[in-house]
Structures are given as C-alpha cells and as structure tokens.
Design a binder for this molecule. Structure first.
Ligand SMILES: NC(=O)C1=CN([C@@H]2O[C@H](COP(=O)(O)OP(=O)(O)OC[C@H]3O[C@@H](n4cnc5c(N)ncnc54)[C@H](OP(=O)(O)O)[C@@H]3O)[C@@H](O)[C@H]2O)C=CC1
Ligand SMILES: O=CC(=O)O
Length: 293
C-alpha cells in the first residue's frame, strides 16, 4: 500500500469510524477515501473534509482496492456484507475487506468465507483503545486472516494505530479482542463497586482514586473514568451497550469452551442492569449507576 496510492473505503462512521477514516484521509497515503454510513447524513462531515461518499457498501467496495469497516456489532457487520447492495455485491478478485468491528469468531468467519468465496481477501482487525486513541491514531490493532492483506494494510494500520499484531487465522483476533474487553468490563465493574462502597462508607472517592493511582493497580482507565463517575456524567467514548455486547460475546466463547467465567458473568449482570436503566448510549463508566439502585 505504501508505493502505489490505493483507493480505500470506510464503512461505519460512528465514534470510532469517523476518527479512523479521517486519519486515513489526513495521511495523504491514499488516492481517495470513500465513506459510507447507514445513516448517510453522517458522511457529510468527512465529505466536507475531502472524502468521497457512496450510497451503499457495494458501491464503496467496487470503487476501492481495500475497504475497512467499523460497525456496531455482529448484526451490523453481517448486514453490511450480506444485505442487498452489501459488500458481497461489490467484491471481486483481489479486493480487500478489513472488518475492524468487535464481533465474535462465528460472525467474522462467516464474513471471511463469503468474501473469499467471491474472490476477495479478508482480514479481521478489531482494535483496543477508545475515542481519543482513535482520534490520535494510537489504537492497538489485532489482526488475523489473510497475511498478505494484513501486510498490505500496514501503512493504513500505522496511521490508525500505534501497534498491530498478526495473531493467525481468522477468528484469533476476534477472540483476543473479546478476552481483552472481558477483562476491561470486569475491571470497570469492580472499580465502580469500589467507588460506590467508598462513598457509602463515608470515604472520599477522590482519595480512593489517588490511592489506587499510586499503587500496583494504577491504570489509565481508573484515572480517566474516575472523574466521570464522581460527577455522574458519562459522555460516550465507549458506549456501554458495546461493552455489554463484548461481555455477552466473551461469555458465549467461554460457554462454548466450557471455561468458567464467574467474574465476567457478574460484571455482565451489572452492565445489563445499567442498560436496563437507559444508560446504553452513555459511556461504559455509567455502569456505576447500577451500583446506585
Ligand atoms: N468506542 C470505543 O471506544 C470502541 C469501540 N470499539 C468497537 O468498534 C465498533 C464501533 O464502535 P463505535 O464507533 O463506538 O460505535 P457507534 O455506536 O458510535 O457506531 C456504530 C456504527 O455502526 C453502524 N450501525 C449500527 N447498526 C448497523 C446496522 N444494522 N447496519 C449498518 N450499520 C450499522 C452505525 O450507523 P448509524 O450511524 O446509522 O447508527 C455506526 O456507524 C463496535 O464494534 C465497538 O465495540 C472498539 C474499540 C473502542
Ligand atoms: O473496546 C473498547 C476499547 O476501549 O478498547
């Protein structure tokens, strides 16, 4: 991708996708960046910055050498590929499709097999890192599938992320991402319970934050999300509904492998409670509200 200026596409301009597509545009590495979003009006910002827009995923894929996707969940990822005017209608020999959404292995495998059967090449490339790392081009990219396409994507991955890993056959990156987010969801659940217990027992939450931050449990997530929890305001960087989806998919993976996951299962219940409280579109730190019922 470095020497020949390729035409690239991007499907899904949500919190992550818009920032990732913008970084592809800003890099100057590509001849063009063509975008599509289910709600087409959301393409306008990038179009005003120089992107091309297409009305369907098929139109993006047929006009691009490599198309990236960053979609909400398995249903969205499957719809973009298999619906009328979906990716499969535009794919042909040699074209690349790189799905960076967080989905389960079965979804990714189904997409990969269909793209490959149509002559295309497929990589799954879920990412770790939230809105700000997406804006800053500092994501961690987990790749699997077609190794040649993965290598061809290195310049694109280099502008979207700070490091990429090739993990093997399709499915490996999907599994890795679910494991990572299962740990994150459990950590956030435990952190919010600690914040709630501190408050209820007459302790300052700010003191708890500082003490955690100075010891072996220090981490950027507690430092970043602590103030949101104290203010009980959760502008979305990583929507809570997506974290709950990731826990659900990780638990299904555990079920399939007979791997006990009691801590993740308990965290999932807290996220389900917060979702039922209407907090699904807020940041996942809003799981704190589940401790306040
Ligand atoms: N936000 C974060 O911090 C991170 C998110 N992720 C993962 O990245 C993916 C995207 O996340 P994020 O950008 O935050 O999510 P958003 O909810 O902001 O965006 C979701 C995107 O998916 C589209 N979409 C939803 N349903 C469908 C459908 N049925 N058919 C086609 N398109 C659909 C939306 O289109 P429309 O605008 O029309 O609704 C939108 O473009 C998710 O898998 C998430 O788990 C991974 C790492 C970090
Ligand atoms: O998937 C979410 C993230 O922050 O990573």
């Amino acid at each position: 991708m470095a020497d020949a200026k390729l035409n690239v596409g991007f499907l899904g301009l949500g919190i992550m996708g818009e920032a990732m597509a913008r970084n592809l545009m800003k890099s100057g590495l590509f001849a063009s960046v063509t975008v599509w979003n289910r709600t087409l009006a959301k393409c306008q910002t990038l179009v005003s910055e120089g992107a091309k827009m297409a009305e369907t995923p098929a139109a993006v894929v047929s006009s691009c050498d490599i198309t990236f996707a960053m979609l909400a969940d398995p249903d969205a990822a499957l719809a973009a590929v298999f619906s009328d005017n979906g990716v499969l209608k535009g794919i042909s020999a040699g074209k690349g499709y790189v799905d960076m959404s967080t989905v389960d292995e079965a979804t990714s495998t189904k997409i990969g097999e269909a793209v490959t059967a149509a002559g295309g090449r497929f990589v799954e490339g879920p990412v770790s890192g939230s809105k700000k790392p997406a804006i800053d081009g500092q994501l961690i990219i987990m790749g699997a599938g077609d190794k040649e396409l993965y290598e061809q994507c290195q310049p694109a991955f280099g502008v979207m992320g700070k490091k990429s890993f090739y993990l093997g056959a399709t499915g490996a990156a999907a599994r890795m991402k679910l494991v990572v987010n299962m740990v994150m969801g459990a950590m956030m659940g435990a952190f919010c319970e600690g914040m709630a217990l501190a408050d209820k027992s007459g302790l300052e939450q700010s003191a708890l934050l500082e003490i955690l931050g100075l010891g072996a449990m220090a981490n950027p997530m507690f430092a970043m999300k602590g103030p949101a929890i104290m203010g009980r305001a959760y502008p979305p960087a990583f929507p809570l509904k997506h974290q709950q989806k990731d826990l659900r998919l990780a638990l299904a993976l555990g079920d399939a492998l007979n791997q006990p996951l009691p801590v993740a299962a308990a965290a999932n219940e807290s996220f389900k409670t917060a979702k039922a409280l209407g907090r699904g579109d807020e940041d996942f730190a809003a799981v704190y509200e589940a401790t306040q019922k």
